[in-house]
Design a protein around this ligand. Structure first.
Ligand SMILES: NC(=O)c1ccc[n+]([C@@H]2O[C@H](COP(=O)([O-])OP(=O)(O)OC[C@H]3O[C@@H](n4cnc5c(N)ncnc54)[C@H](OP(=O)(O)O)[C@@H]3O)[C@@H](O)[C@H]2O)c1
Length: 357
């Protein structure tokens, strides 16, 4: 198996290292400036190390010259690997949204794709259907719950003919961290500042607090269940008012204390009913919602601490829900999820600790 990794950032670089560790080749790596394609069958670990270090130091791939690699544009690179690479896989570890640049061209050349990137799957329904038309050519586990076996669980439930009644979950490590700190009595503004300082939020915390990232994950679950919703159909509750949307990041951070009392009232209201406040996504046949909910103290969602994710599947047969729980973010587990997907596509050709079953 030979990987081409689009998005040579935090996840992409770890993915390459993990791939080499289990004997999977890396034939090309890409950032927003182009695709560096090995002139040999794949990169050696020394070559990848050098490219990785250069990228980490802030260089663009288009500025890295190595005698054993050529910089190509995405379409030419996909063409090249489809013709020259053995058992190729295109992994998307970028946050780029247009599937027509390299994902659909890869599929058109019978190269399977594996995504950690949610955006191509949460654009138009037409693009989603094109990407998922042939199930043996796409895996998307790391788009929801990082490396947790969420989408494979959903697939197995649906394949058995079972009927999903409800999928519910805490799908954001960042919001999980914030809500469990609020539960302990911390102030909203302090918690957000602390989460930002620890690197748990995106550089602009509004990217997490808006709920849109959670909504994208819920949309992927929903579309994989055969529903045809769009992002605009989802009821999304942001943890800040609309007038905080278009102000600068500095102004947003300085205005955060204005929200303390509002959030505190919500936490106290839940406590008054002997419940916990959580930020969840719910996917039901009639629609999708992402927002704050009050959950029973005895429920699995209430027991979550820190950045862990939890997804529960309530079905016709699993009336007591099947629950998947664990770390739902982090580069190592996300990359491992991508690698596991690659193995799912071509696994029989590679021997791992699982053996040859
Ligand atoms: N980090 C996590 O824990 C986690 C968990 C689950 C899913 N994910 C998803 O995994 C993806 C990668 O996350 P990350 O943390 O590794 O992000 P990152 O460090 O920001 O890396 C993103 C990479 O994508 C590259 N890129 C941007 N546009 C591109 C294009 N058109 N073609 C090829 N490459 C392009 C960027 O290139 P430049 O360097 O040139 O800008 C950068 O190298 C995201 O979609 C994220 O949502 C991440």
């Amino acid at each position: 198996m030979n990987l081409t990794v689009f998005g040579f950032g935090s996840v992409g670089r770890v993915l390459c290292r993990q791939a080499l560790d289990i004997g999977i080749g890396v034939v090309a790596v890409a950032d927003s400036t182009g695709v560096l394609v090995s002139s040999n069958s794949s990169f050696s670990s020394e070559e990848l190390n050098t490219i990785s270090k250069a990228k980490e130091s802030g260089k663009r791939l288009s500025d890295i010259s190595t005698p054993t690699a050529t910089l190509l544009q995405p379409l030419d690179a996909v063409d090249y690997i489809a013709k020259n690479s053995q058992s190729p896989v295109v992994a998307d570890c970028s946050a780029y949204d247009d599937p027509s640049t390299y994902l659909l061209p890869a599929l058109a050349r019978n190269v399977p794709i594996v995504l950690a990137n949610k955006k191509p799957l949460t654009g138009t329904m037409e693009d989603f259907l094109k990407l998922t038309e042939r199930r043996d050519f796409i895996r998307l586990e790391s788009t929801v719950g990082a490396g947790l076996p969420t989408m494979i669980t959903l697939r197995r439930i649906l394949d058995s003919g079972d009927e999903i009644k409800k999928v519910e979950g805490q799908l954001s490590g960042t919001l999980g961290y914030i809500l469990s700190a609020l539960q302990k009595g911390d102030k909203f503004s302090d918690v957000v500042v602390d989460a930002k300082a620890k690197g748990f939020t995106e550089p602009d915390p509004r990217d997490d607090l808006s709920g849109v990232d959670v909504a994208r994950k819920a949309l992927i679950i929903s579309r994989c269940m055969g529903q045809s919703f769009n992002l605009s159909d989802i009821e999304i509750e942001a943890l800040y008012p609309p007038e905080f949307e278009d102000i600068s990041l500095d102004e947003f951070m300085s205005k955060l204390p204005e929200l303390d009392e509002i959030v505190d009232d919500k936490v106290k209201s839940a406590k008054g009913k002997d419940k916990f406040l959580r930020y969840t996504a719910t996917v039901k046949p009639e629609g999708i919602r992402a927002g704050l909910v009050e959950v029973e103290k005895a429920s699995p969602l209430a027991s979550l601490e820190g950045t862990d994710n939890l997804i529960s599947f309530e079905t016709k047969w699993y009336t007591s829900p099947t629950v998947v729980r664990g770390p739902g973010a982090g580069v190592e587990v996300t990359a491992a999820g991508v690698l596991s997907d690659c193995m799912d596509l071509y696994g029989s050709k590679v021997r791992t600790q699982w053996g040859n079953l």
